[in-house]
Design a protein around this ligand. Structure first.
Ligand SMILES: [Fe+2]
Length: 184
């Protein structure tokens, strides 16, 4: 099954980055909560979720923009275009690419449907760097603290923040009530 293959691939690629792997497993868990409402598109969301940060793997690093590097790596392995697109565009990718002069590289990939982009961004931003559940506002604040103000990630996330929080809010508003509520 494609999700099992994706899970094993991410596990292997991120074996030297245990926090990234813990984070990625939480992103997958969040995607599993959203998948039932997405019909056939739930599967590519879950596959993209577990693979979304493989661009940090030493064997995938190229430009240093991990969303583009991950998407290119997966495209070379033959993963479906929708999976590659979701990895390429997740979270603050478009802002980081602009900061780095890599917008044309990102444009190698088609921009994914906006509701799926909202979904993977929600999953990423509600998953902490060590795999804990977090709220998106705190998560973005943590990223802004982790990277110095002059760093490209800091600048990109600062610019992207209102849009990213709106994406997360759209997903939250569409969530069906769940016993015990959603942990966010
Ligand atoms: Fe992530």
């Amino acid at each position: 099954m494609q999700l099992e293959v994706a899970h094993d691939l991410a596990d292997r690629l991120l074996s030297e980055l245990p926090d990234r792997w813990a984070h990625s497993q939480r992103v997958l868990a969040q995607a599993k909560l959203l998948a039932p409402d997405l019909g056939a598109r739930g599967a590519p969301l879950m596959v993209s979720a577990v693979l979304h940060d493989v661009g940090y793997a030493p064997s995938a690093v190229d430009t240093g923009q991990h969303m583009i590097d991950g998407a290119r790596y997966l495209a070379r392995l033959g993963w479906p275009p929708l999976v590659c697109s979701l990895v390429a565009y997740h979270s603050s990718s478009e802002w980081e690419a602009a900061e780095l002069g890599l917008s044309r590289d990102l444009a190698e990939f088609e921009r994914p449907p906006s509701d799926l982009l909202d979904a993977i961004t929600f999953c990423d931003l509600t998953s902490g760097p060590d795999g804990a559940l977090v709220d998106a506002t705190g998560r973005l604040d943590e990223v802004l603290c982790r990277y110095a103000p002059g760093h490209v990630v800091h600048r990109a996330v600062a610019a992207a923040r209102p849009t990213l929080l709106a994406m997360v809010e759209r997903v939250e508003l569409g969530l069906a009530p769940r016993p015990g509520g959603y942990p966010m």
